[in-house]
Design a protein. Structure first.
Length: 178
């Protein structure tokens, strides 16, 4: 695999799978049938920092979930593609709507359904517990697992590779700045 900073230098858009990337891949149901998912606050801050740096973030998932809709709204993630069985179809939409070339799109996916999009995007990324097929396509394998800081790790690498990390950190370094 290439060196991380070189890989992410031209990233203009981060596209995320949900289950296994933004979460640990587990789905819990309550007795009443409500679905529960856990998201990392570290990932959330990373996504916010990308937005402040002018780098877009979107979500594509094969499932439909109100929880995903709520989390994406909290983080101002747009676009959000839910119930998408052919995830590769969204790359053309992102190219057109955001005027971004495929080679400047980073996609984080971890399972078989993600393979076509991992092949199409310019910067395919996966997590340690991904299926072997996803790992074989990845230009970068995160140190952190999905739902446990993998997204934040990639956000930081994107910002560092584009010399925007220090500026992102600076606003948190002085009391009363926020």
């Amino acid at each position: 695999m290439d060196k991380p900073l070189f890989i992410f230098k031209n990233t203009r858009f981060l596209l995320l799978d949900v289950d296994g990337i933004m979460t640990d891949g587990k789905i819990t149901y309550t007795n009443s049938g409500d679905e529960l998912k856990s998201f990392s606050v570290y990932d959330g801050l990373g996504i916010k920092l990308l937005a402040e740096a002018g780098i877009g973030t979107g979500v594509v998932t094969a499932r439909e979930s109100e929880i995903v809709k709520k989390r994406c709204a909290e983080l101002s993630i747009s676009p959000v593609f839910q119930n998408i069985k052919d995830k590769s179809s969204v790359i053309n939409i992102i190219e057109k709507d955001f005027n971004i070339k495929k080679e400047n799109i980073c996609f984080m996916g971890d399972d078989l359904i993600d393979l076509p999009l991992l092949k199409l995007c310019g910067i395919p990324v996966t997590v340690p517990n991904a299926c072997p097929e996803a790992k074989s396509l990845a230009k970068y394998l995160t140190e952190n697992s999905g739902g446990s800081g993998a997204v934040r790790e990639v956000c930081e690498l994107i910002l560092k590779s584009q010399n925007m990390w220090e500026m992102a950190v600076e606003k948190f370094s002085s009391p009363g700045v926020l």
